[in-house]
Design a protein. Structure first.
Lengths: 100, 165, 126
């Protein structure tokens, strides 16, 4: 029988994988992909609680999280493109300095 | 029973493709695995009685966000040498394993009570009612957020394009 | 979970099986009948008989990104309009014209976004 802890453990594993990706990827687009994995794990968490606690708040929040993720990705990829065009860099370690 | 089978198959799919997303040397293949992962998560939502959220997951995540990320990758790289190096490998594994252990330990140690409320239907009706009544302010703020992100992205992406070509 | 979603899983399995079966059959048959004599000219990319010039992968123009971004923004909008539209009659009977006003405010803000992108020239190709 599948219960709430099963979904929570799936979400925890997905979050840890996303964290690993964020820490080890050097390409900015790769980091954004790993961040999307973390967003998805949070959504699974919200939806699992919503399902097992019989409350629609989690569903509504999932939609809001998806919206915020879409807004984040549009601006994030635009920033990456801007940095790439101005300095020809994609490696996040080399973009660490803010001096123009 | 079918719920359990679907859960295990879908979580296997999600975790395997997520592993490919973070580990694949070719970032383009990682992006394609990301789409597979999003579809698997949509299946998880359907398993949780939220088919509308699953549809939105496919429409927005797999259909739009993943494509945008692949576009961003194609604009900044040539695909022939898409090989990626990585850094902080040991530290990354350490942090991720620590995170997983803490989370799973907490989940396993906690006392989960069964649901006490009335069974609700996770259809579009409850969602529409929430948007129009309870979450009205969030609903309008979402439009502002989308406006702001579009403005920001247009300004950032189009800046000094004329000097370039 | 409703039983109907089993059919979708069946469809997915059937599709994957069809592709996998045909792909492996085709590659197996090809291996049986093909002769393997590669040369440099054969390995060139086919461009209608012309000798190819330049790389096959070019860097894509940033304008593609602007279109994709606009698509994402208005795709997200659908997630809010679909529940509203699906339950419009019931909500209208219950809450009156307020539901129309609320959605009009939402759409007005997003229309502003479209106008902004238009004014900035994000919709123009040249």
């Amino acid at each position: 029988m599948i219960g709430l802890p099963h979904y929570l453990i799936l979400s925890a594993l997905l979050f840890s994988l996303g964290l690993y990706g964020v820490l080890t990827r050097r390409n900015a687009i790769g980091v954004l992909m790993a961040v999307e994995l973390m967003f998805n794990s949070v959504n699974i968490n919200l939806m699992a609680f919503s399902h097992y606690m019989m409350d629609t708040a989690g569903l509504a929040f999932c939609i809001f999280v998806i919206t915020v993720a879409a807004a984040e990705v549009t601006v994030g990829v635009a920033l990456v493109l801007s940095v790439y065009r101005n300095r020809n860099l994609i490696d996040l370690d080399q973009v660490a300095e803010l001096k123009g | 029973m079918s719920e359990a089978i679907a859960f295990y198959v879908l979580s296997g799919l999600v975790l395997a493709s997520a592993w490919s997303v973070v580990r694949n040397e070719n970032l383009f293949h990682a992006g394609l695995s990301l789409i597979l992962c999003f579809v698997g998560v949509a299946g998880i939502y359907v398993n949780l009685d939220a088919p509308f959220l699953g549809a939105m997951q496919v429409l927005i995540y797999a259909g739009a966000i993943a494509v945008l990320l692949l576009f961003g990758f194609m604009l900044t790289h040539d695909l022939m040498n898409a090989k990626q190096e990585r850094n902080q490998h040991a530290a990354g594994i350490f942090a991720a394993v620590l995170m997983a252990l803490v989370l799973i330990g907490t989940i396993a140690g906690a006392q989960w009570y069964g649901s006490s409320g009335q069974p609700v239907k996770f259809g579009v009706e409850s969602l529409a009612r929430r948007y129009m009544q309870q979450d009205l302010v969030s609903f309008e703020v979402v439009a502002l957020l989308l406006l702001a992100s579009l403005m920001g992205a247009v300004v950032i992406a189009r800046k000094e394009e004329g000097s370039r070509d | 979970m409703d039983g109907n979603y089993g059919y979708i899983a069946l469809f997915l399995l059937g599709g994957a099986g069809f592709v996998g079966f045909n792909f492996s059959l085709a590659s197996f048959v090809t291996r049986l009948v093909q002769s393997h004599r590669p040369s440099r000219t054969k390995g060139l990319a086919y461009e209608c008989g012309e000798p190819p010039s330049g790389e096959a992968w070019v860097q894509y123009n940033v304008r593609y990104y602007l279109y994709a971004m606009l698509f994402v923004i208005f795709d997200v909008e659908a997630a809010y309009m679909i529940p509203w539209a699906a339950e419009f009659r019931k909500l209208l009977a219950e809450l009156g014209t307020l539901v129309v006003v609320e959605m009009a405010g939402f759409l007005a803000i997003l229309l502003l976004a479209l106008c902004y992108a238009w004014r900035k020239g994000a919709l123009e190709w040249t």
